[in-house]
Write a protein that binds this ligand. Structure first.
Ligand code: AMP
Length: 212
C-alpha cells in the first residue's frame, strides 16, 4: 500500500503516519525529517536548505525531488509520504517516477483542520532530535518532562515551530494546496479526514478507509 498524507503543518500527518506505518508495516517518508537530516550535516547544501526552512518557505523542488526519489527507489515495502508533494510540480514528478517503477498510489488522505488547532498543536510540539518521536506538552507529554520515552534524549522545539514561522508556513501551504487537492480529487483517490480528532479516534477512521 502506497499513501500520501496531505495537509497543513500541524494537522497531525506525522503522528498518524507513525501509527499507520507501524500497523500496516509501511515506510514513513517525511520530507521534513529528511531535510532536517540534511541540515544537521552542515554541508553547503545543508546551509542552503536551512535558510528556506527557518523562514517557513519551501525548499527548492530540485533538492526535495532528489531526496524523495532516492527514498522511493530503495524502499522495498509500501510507504506513507508525509509532507510531499507540496505543489503541483512535485505531484507531477511523483506521478512520473512511480509510473516508471510500476508503482501505484492507492490513497491520498487530506487532513482538514482549523488554524487555531494548528497553532495550539505546533507551539506545544516537542520532538526528539535522535529518534524523531513527536510529543505535545499538553496532549501527548512524555513520561518524564523534556525526555524522550523511546531513547532518553532531551526533547527540542523545532526552530520553525515558533508562532511567526508557523503563520508563514500556513500561508505557503494555503497558497499551494488547493490545486494539489484538486489534482488528486480528479484522480479519484483523495479522501478528506478530520485532523481535529484525537489521535486514536482518527487512526480508527483511517484504518476503516484503508481497509475498505
Ligand atoms: P514539515 O516537517 O513537513 O512541516 O516540513 C518542514 C519544512 O521543510 C517546511 O516548512 C519546508 O521548508 C521543508 N519541506 C518539507 N517538505 C517539503 C517539500 N515537499 N517541498 C519543499 N519543502 C519542504
Amino acid at each position: 500500500m502506497n499513501l500520501v498524507f496531505l495537509g497543513p503543518p500541524g494537522a497531525g500527518k506525522g503522528t498518524q503516519a507513525e501509527v499507520v506505518c507501524k500497523h500496516f508495516d509501511l515506510k514513513h517518508i517525511s520530507t521534513g525529517d529528511l531535510l532536517r537530516e540534511v541540515v544537521k550535516n552542515k554541508s553547503l547544501m545543508g546551509e542552503k536548505v536551512k535558510e528556506f526552512m527557518d523562514k517557513g518557505l519551501l525548499v527548492p523542488d530540485e533538492i526535495v525531488v532528489q531526496i524523495v526519489s532516492e527514498e522511493i527507489k530503495k524502499n522495498r515495502k509500501g510507504f506513507v509520504l508525509d509532507g510531499f508533494p507540496r505543489n503541483l510540480a512535485q505531484a507531477e514528478f511523483l506521478n512520473n517516477s512511480l509510473s516508471s517503477l510500476n508503482i501505484c498510489l492507492d490513497r491520498v488522505l487530506n487532513f482538514v483542520t482549523s488554524p487555531e488547532k494548528i497553532i495550539e498543536r505546533l507551539s506545544g510540539r516537542r520532538i526528539c532530535p535522535k529518534c524523531q518521536a513527536i510529543y505535545h506538552i499538553k496532549n501527548m507529554p512524555p513520561l518524564k518532562e523534556g525526555i524522550c520515552d523511546k531513547c532518553g534524549s532531551s526533547l527540542l522545539q523545532r526552530d520553525d515551530d515558533k508562532e511567526e514561522t508557523i503563520r508563514e508556513r500556513l500561508k505557503v501551504y494555503t497558497q499551494l494546496s488547493q490545486p494539489l487537492i484538486e489534482y488528486y480529487r480528479k484522480k479519484g483517490i483523495l479522501v478528506d479526514v478530520n485532523g481535529d480528532l484525537e489521535v486514536q479516534v482518527l487512526f480508527e477512521v483511517i484504518k476503516g478507509i484503508l481497509q475498505s
